[in-house]
Structures are given as C-alpha cells and as structure tokens.
Design a binder for this molecule. Structure first.
Ligand code: GTP
Ligand code: MG
Length: 171
C-alpha cells in the first residue's frame, strides 16, 4: 500500500520502460498526470525532442504550480533520475506548501530493455538505458535527503502491478 497525502506532488522515478506512464494511467486521472513527453510535444511538436526538455519542464513546473495552488494532487511522469530535475519539483512543491512524494519504479534493466525494443516511440540504444539504471541506483540513496517526504520504492514488475494507493487526509 502506497500512502500518499491527498494533496501532494508525486514524482514518479524510473528508467525508460520501467512502467511510469502505465502506472500513472492506472492510478491517477489523466488530468492529474503531467508527463514530460506531453510537454515536449506542446513546445516542440515532438515528444522525443530532448533539446526541448528545458522549455518543456519550464511549462510543466508552471502548470504543476497552478494545480498545487488550487489544491490539486499532481503527478509528474518523467524519469526524474537527475538530482537537478528532482530539485525543480521539490522547489515547486515547497513554494506551495505541498509535500513532495517519490514513487520509484525499480525494474531490472533487462526487463526495461526488452520492453523498449518493442516500442516504436523509443529508439535509443542500450547504453542509454544502462546510464539511466546507474542514475537510478544513485538516486535511491538521496531522495529523502533531497526533500521528498515519502519515498516509496516498488521493486520488480509484480510489486508495481499490485501496488495500491491510499490517500491520507491532511487534516
Ligand atoms: P518512458 O516513458 O520511456 O520513460 O517509459 P515508462 O516508464 O513510461 O514506461 P511505460 O509505462 O510506457 O511502459 C513501457 C512499456 O512496457 C509499454 O509498452 C508498456 O505497455 C509495457 N509495460 C509497462 N508496465 C507493464 C507491466 O506491468 N507488464 C507488462 N507486461 N508490460 C508493461
Ligand atoms: Mg512514459
């Protein structure tokens, strides 16, 4: 059971192919989920244009801030593997007095790679995934220190598939 404050900024954390978007779809409303792909598409007409990431996250943070100011749970569907990416989310959450929560999807690199190879929208090589996996291992030790108030780590496809979210009342 994953305890999430009813008002939180939830950062999904996981390598490509770990199942973040799938998890987001099954547990949250489409409008609660802000995906980096979607915002890259908005600003650059191409969800995979990595050069558009800075602009895309700018807009994503802006929308997240508007949602949190209105008291709406917000989920960020991005890899969130880099400390600076997560720092941006912790900052937005703090600016709105909202708890930042991390849900880590930790799957074996080989499983993610197998899934990736079947996706027309993902064309990067294995070494990219290996780098992401290394970044994830580094991230695991530092999330709490970075300001995430709760860090839920789901290990393996079964644990991810069977996870349930329980909302905690704030008052
Ligand atoms: P990126 O957006 O590239 O970072 O990946 P992601 O973490 O959002 O992964 P996504 O949810 O898109 O899942 C990747 C692929 O794995 C998709 O083809 C999914 O259908 C598949 N997948 C995700 N979760 C599961 C699962 O629990 N079981 C199975 N069999 N496939 C899954
Ligand atoms: Mg995704």
């Amino acid at each position: 059971m994953i305890d999430v404050p009813e008002l939180a900024l939830v950062a999904l954390v996981g390598i490509s192919g770990s199942g973040k978007s799938t998890f987001a779809r099954s547990h949250f409303l489409p409008t609660q989920v802000l995906s980096s792909d979607y915002f890259r598409g908005l600003v650059a007409d191409d969800e995979n244009d990595q050069a558009a990431s800075a602009e895309a996250f700018d807009v994503l943070h802006y929308v997240a801030g508007k949602r949190l100011a209105a008291g709406r749970l917000t989920v960020v569907d991005a890899t969130n593997l880099q400390p600076h990416a997560r720092a941006g989310l912790v900052k937005v959450a703090r600016e709105h007095d909202v708890l930042p929560v991390a849900i880590v999807l930790d799957v074996p690199e080989a499983l993610a790679w197998e899934r990736t190879q079947g996706r027309p929208d993902r064309t990067f090589g294995r070494q990219v995934l290996t780098r992401m996996h290394r970044d994830l291992r580094r991230s695991l030790g530092s999330l709490a220190r970075e300001g995430f108030r709760k860090v839920h780590v789901l290990r393996g496809a079964d644990e991810i598939a069977s996870a349930e979210i329980r909302y905690e009342k704030l008052f």
